[in-house]
Design a protein around this ligand. Sequence first.
Ligand code: BG6
Length: 478
Amino acid sequence: IPVDEFDLVIFGGTGDLARRKILPGLFRRYLAGQMPRGSRIIGAARTEMDDAGYREMVSEAVAEFGGPEKADATGLADFLAALRYVAIDATGDGGWSDLAALMRDGVVRAFYFSVAPSLFGDLAERLHTYGIADRNSRIVVEKPFGRDLASAKALNDTLAAHFNEGQIYRIDHYLGKETVQNLMAVRFGNVLFEPLWNSHYVDHIQITVAETVGVGGRGAYYDKSGAMRDMVQNHLMQLLCLIAMEPPSVFGADEVRDEKLKVIRALQPVESHHIVRGQYDANGDTPSFRADVENPRSFTESFIAMKVNVSNWRWADTPFYLRTGKKMKGRASEIAVVFKDLGHSIFEGDTARHRNILAIRLQPNEGIDLQVTIKEPGPGGMRLIDVPLDMTFADALGDDAEPATDAYERLIMDVIRGNQTLFMRGDEVEAAWAWTDPLINGWEARNDVPKLYDQGSAGPEDAMMLMHRDGRRWRDVK
Ligand code: BG6
């Protein structure tokens, strides 16, 4: 379904995110017929360039990051015709009148702030001074949304000086992932799961986001951030919220976000012995984390595992174990809901522990599988085995499946539609920082040294112990 006609301005339109994600994503939406023909994308950045130069840059970005669709030469030529470029000085006056002159009335105006947060205030102010933003305009901002509660509040205040909450779209790209949305469909669209979705039946929940990549070229940013700020405060927190929240009355932006906020506010402070921080070690010629971030004394974590309690009626006795790290054994992100053991087995001699596990795989190989116990086929009597009921979306939907949409392209279309359900509200972000601040302050005050772990492993040994102490174990990271 096509969205309304729009003018989308990308501040930071020549940057890494624009080239890798935003522009190739928009191209795919264009080919899919979702971007109306008259719509325009206006790149805005400091570099002096004309429209032709920008189109050239975008065509290279599509060639590099565009996926299989990049081969559509006619589609690409039409898409490039929708692009404009304005050289702009975010902190001065240069270029702003040119941008104002380009904007059209009667179409949705959206502004993507793909720039450092320190520029948000300057951009917001100038959009108003030059009469570019109107009451229906939308702005899109990216993480990092602050690095603690105070800075997140300051950013919220800066934006609130010029835009109301209904105009602000804070992206957490994990919310745009297909399976993350499917998680809500599975929970709230089936009669099977919701009655069991509580402490009476769920033993614990594991959320793993394991990556094989290191910090890449982002060492300077990452060393100041670490896994807690980079992944837990936002992506893992959002996953936890969707698993733990109460059913909203309708699938509406504020209804969903109200429920998520309640979860964040119900998080208990985490005791320091329930947190394991790790840092990847050198491996032969492959440099260590400290070498990658060029800081031989770095105490920043590239891995974190923690046991978290949601202190409310539904989850009082069910811990949530979270872990995420770089340079791990496999790239595997999943949420596993591990149900309790049966209290009693009627099958004589069956001493094994059988458990139902609902595993929601975010990537790769998106899908859901449910581990169930059945009789081992054959004449051997009532011997029980656990097998997965596997629903890999690509297999289940076959040829009818829409080609996978990247999280960004889906979220940008939601911005144009004016649907904020999959975006973080200001109070949610602040509540998440209010929970993480004391944990980070705690280990900084203790000068906590992260445990070293081998590259290509499942993280430090202590992370295993975090589970073992409770008689549980992590699922394998493939
Ligand atoms: C980003 C983090 O938000 O998410 C990165 O800053 C991380 O460090 C990335 O690699 C992971 O996203 P995805 O979609 O590849 O799981």
